[in-house]
Design a protein around this ligand. Structure first.
Ligand SMILES: Cc1cc2nc3c(=O)[nH]c(=O)nc-3n(C[C@H](O)[C@H](O)[C@H](O)COP(=O)(O)OP(=O)(O)OC[C@H]3O[C@@H](n4cnc5c(N)ncnc54)[C@H](O)[C@@H]3O)c2cc1C
Length: 416
C-alpha cells in the first residue's frame, strides 16, 4: 500500500480495515547472500539501500530485540551537517541531502523538520573556531551563518545573555539542520526494506560467527545457524561484544548517554540550541516537551540507564543557558549505549575476516548519519569499494595515525 492523503481519506470512509502491519514477520531462511546484524537505524538503512539502490536480493536483518529498540529509538533526534574536518563534513552533508528527500523516497512520515540549529559561542576564541567551521561547511556545499549576539537575541530572546561566567556572544546557525522522529525513521526504513523483499527477523541474537580459512560462512544465532555470503555488523553500543565473537578487539568503548524530556509546554524553542560552554543541547518536540541531553556517563557500561551525577550536570548546563527551564517538570529520562571511538569519528570498513564488514563508532552522532551510513555501508557491501564520502572511515586509521579528531580531544572517548 502506498501512503497518501487519498489513502487516509479512503480508509477513514471505509472503517480503517485496509491498514496492514508495516512489515512481515518471517522465519529465518537457512542462508542469505547478505546478513545485516542489528535492526537499528543503520542496519535497516543498509538493508534498504542494498535492495533499493544496489539491486541486491536474499538479504536479512537480524535483531536481538525488536526493531528500533536500541539507540535509534532513544536519541534526541537532532540532524545536522555542521562538521569541520574534510573526513567528516562531506559525509554528513551527503546525509543531510538524503534526509531532505527521505520521506518521499521511502513513502513514510518521519517528521523531518528543518527548523535549524544554533551553536552558541561564549568567547572570542570560540567565535574564531566557529567561523572556521562555518567556512568549512560552506566549502563542502552546506549552509552556515555566523550570528552576532543581537541576531541570536532576536531569534531566541529567553536565553541568559549576560550570564557572568558564560555570556553569549553569538552563534553558528545551520538553517537546514533540525530534528526527525527517530522511531519513524526506523519504521520507514523497515517498511521500505520489507517491501523490497528483505527479511526482518526480530528476537534473533547473533551469538557467534562461523569462520573458515579466514572467510566468514555465517552466523550462530539464538534461532540457529544462518549461512551468509557477506555479513555487515551495525550493532552500535554492542559492537565490542559482538566483534569479540569474531576474535576482534576494537578501538571502541561503550558508554551510556542519557536523554531527558519535560512535560509538554507551549511552543518556545524555535529549533535546536547548543550551549557552547558546557555540554547541553535542547529542542522542543511536536508534543511540546523540551528534549535535551548532555555528556555521557563517565564510566564504561552496557546498561541502558544512566546515573544521577550526569543528570545534575545536564541540569546545571540548562540552567546556565536558559534559567526558565528550571520551571518545567522533568517527565522522563533514559539511556542508550554509545559506541565511542577513540577519535570521535565512525568506522565503515572491511575487517581482516573476508566477508565481514563493520559499521560502528558513531558516538553521539549516529542518528543524523543514518541515511548516509546505510547508503555508504550498502555501497561497501555491494561493491567492495568505499563510498566517496566515507573513504576516511577506515578501521586501520588508528594504527596508521590518520585519526579524524573533530574536537581535537585525543584518544579520550568521554571527551568526543
Ligand atoms: C540518549 C541519546 C541521544 C542521542 N542523540 C543523538 C542526536 O540528537 N543526534 C544524533 O545524530 N545522534 C544521537 N544519538 C546517537 C544515535 O542514536 C546513535 O549513534 C545511532 O542510533 C546508532 O546507530 P543505530 O541506530 O544503528 O543503533 P541501534 O538502534 O542501537 O541499533 C543497534 C541494534 O543492534 C542490536 N544488537 C546488538 N547486539 C546484537 C546481536 N548480538 N544480535 C543481533 N542484534 C544485536 C541492538 O538490539 C540494536 O537494536 C543519541 C544516542 C543516545 C543514546
Amino acid at each position: 500500500m502506498r501512503y497518501s492523503a487519498l489513502q487516509i481519506l479512503k480508509e477513514a470512509l471505509t472503517g480503517h480495515h485496509g491498514w496492514r502491519p508495516l512489515w512481515r514477520d518471517p522465519d529465518p531462511q537457512p542462508a542469505y547472500d547478505y546478513v545485516i546484524v542489528g535492526g537499528g537505524g543503520h542496519g535497516l538503512a543498509t538493508a534498504y539501500y542494498l535492495a533499493k539502490t544496489f539491486h541486491k536480493a536474499r538479504i536479512a536483518v537480524l535483531e536481538k530485540g525488536w526493531l528500533g529498540s536500541g539507540n535509534i529509538g532513544r536519541n534526541t533526534t537532532i540532524i545536522r551537517s555542521n562538521y569541520l574536518l574534510p573526513g567528516n563534513e562531506p559525509f554528513y552533508e551527503f546525509s543531510m541531502k538524503l534526509w531532505e528527500g527521505l520521506e518521499q523516497e521511502f513513502n513514510f512520515n518521519a517528521m523531518v523538520s528543518q527548523r535549524g540549529i544554533v551553536n552558541l559561542f561564549h568567547t572570542d576564541g570560540q567565535r574564531d573556531a566557529y567561523r572556521r567551521r562555518g567556512n568549512a561547511m560552506l566549502l563542502a556545499g552546506a549552509d552556515a551563518e555566523l550570528l552576532d549576539r543581537e541576531a541570536v537575541r532576536a531569534m531566541i530572546p529567553f536565553l541568559n545573555f549576560d550570564n557572568a561566567r558564560f555570556p553569549i556572544k553569538g552563534g553558528l546557525l545551520q538553517r537546514r539542520a533540525g530534528t526527525a522522529r527517530h522511531d519513524g525513521v526506523a519504521w520507514g526504513y523497515a517498511r521500505g526494506a520489507d517491501l523490497l523483499g528483505v527479511d526482518l527477523i526480530q528476537n534473533c541474537e547473533v551469538t557467534g560467527f562461523r569462520i573458515e580459512e579466514g572467510r566468514v560462512r555465517g552466523v550462530e544465532t539464538s534461532r540457529g545457524f544462518i549461512g551468509a555470503g557477506k555479513i555487515g555488523i551495525a550493532v552500535a553500543g554492542s559492537t565490542g561484544r559482538v566483534m569479540e565473537r569474531a576474535g576482534m578487539r576494537l578501538p571502541i568503548e561503550s558508554h551510556v548517554l542519557q536523554a531527558f524530556v519535560t512535560e509538554g509546554l507551549k511552543p518556545a524553542i524555535p529549533g535546536v540550541i547548543t550551549f557552547g560552554a558546557g555540554h547541553f543541547y535542547v529542542s522542543q518536540s511536536d508534543k511540546g516537551g523540551l528534549v535535551f541531553g548532555g555528556d555521557i556517563d563517565g564510566y564504561n557500561s552496557y546498561a541502558q540507564r544512566g546515573n544521577l551525577p550526569v543528570i545534575e550536570d545536564v541540569a546545571e548546563g540548562g540552567m546556565a543557558l536558559m534559567p526558565m527551564i528550571g520551571r518545567s517538570r522533568l517527565l522522563r529520562t533514559w539511556g542508550g549505549i554509545m559506541d565511542m571511538s577513540m577519535d570521535g569519528s565512525p568506522i565503515i570498513d572491511r575487517t581482516p575476516v573476508d566477508g565481514l564488514y563493520l559499521n560502528a563508532g558513531w558516538c553521539y552522532g549516529g542518528f543524523k548519519a543514518t541515511p548516509a551510513s546505510g547508503y555508504a555501508f550498502a555501497h561497501l557491501l555491494a561493491t567492495d569499494t568505499p563510498h566517496e564520502t566515507a573513504r576516511a572511515y577506515r578501521l586501520d586509521r588508528f594504527e596508521r595515525g590518520y585519526v579524524i579528531d573533530e574536537k581535537g580531544a585525543g584518544a579520550q572517548p568521554n571527551l568526543h
